[in-house]
Design a protein around this ligand. Structure first.
Ligand code: NI
Length: 182
């Protein structure tokens, strides 16, 4: 087990197209996921993608606390820690909504990002089995944010008004918005 160093915006690994995982059951992938979980617990974030820990593979982990789902009008049950390997996202509505995002690779900053409000995602789990889920609201946002990392996209690149990019501290003082670090 190891706590991994997190790459920050500007590092080439965050701009690269991550490679698909050939065998989710491979020892290296199992170890990577264990280390990513330990790293996420250590920093207290919501989600983490492998490129953020300098591994250019299509692996994402996240969880969604029930209270954050409830705040976006969804059932208040937690989405437990989930591992997505080679994930794919399919939008289920035309609609996008803006919500404030932050990122461990873009420390101290946050800004509003438009995201699909309703998606289906499918991925392999750690046993190599395909599964799929529908997601709305904050759950859908987290999955889109994390999967973007696999295509070299950081949330500021999705912002439609870059003047809204702010320090979290100032947003809390002047923005009147809830800011979740993820
Ligand atoms: Ni991020």
């Amino acid at each position: 087990m190891a706590i991994l160093k997190i790459a920050r915006m500007g590092h080439p690994v965050l701009k690269a197209q991550a490679q698909p995982v050939a065998d989710p059951k491979a020892q290296k992938i199992q170890q990577l996921v264990r280390d990513m979980i330990e790293t996420l617990e250590d920093v207290g974030g919501i989600g983490l993608a492998a490129p953020q820990v300098h591994v250019s593979k299509r692996v994402v982990i996240f969880y969604v606390p029930g209270e954050r789902r409830a705040a976006s009008g969804e059932p208040a049950e937690d989405i437990p820690l989930t591992v997505l390997i080679n994930p794919e996202i399919e939008p289920l509505s035309e609609e996008k909504a803006a919500g404030v995002e932050a990122c461990l690779s873009v420390p101290d900053l946050a800004g509003p990002v438009p995201r699909w409000t309703h998606i289906r995602y499918r991925a392999l789990d750690l046993h190599g089995r395909m599964f799929e889920r529908e997601a709305k609201g904050y759950h859908a946002r987290v999955v889109q944010h994390e999967c973007d990392h696999l295509d070299g996209i950081l949330y500021p690149m999705r912002m439609t008004d870059i003047s809204q990019l702010s320090f979290v501290e100032e947003l809390r003082r002047f923005g009147g918005q809830h800011v979740e670090e993820d």
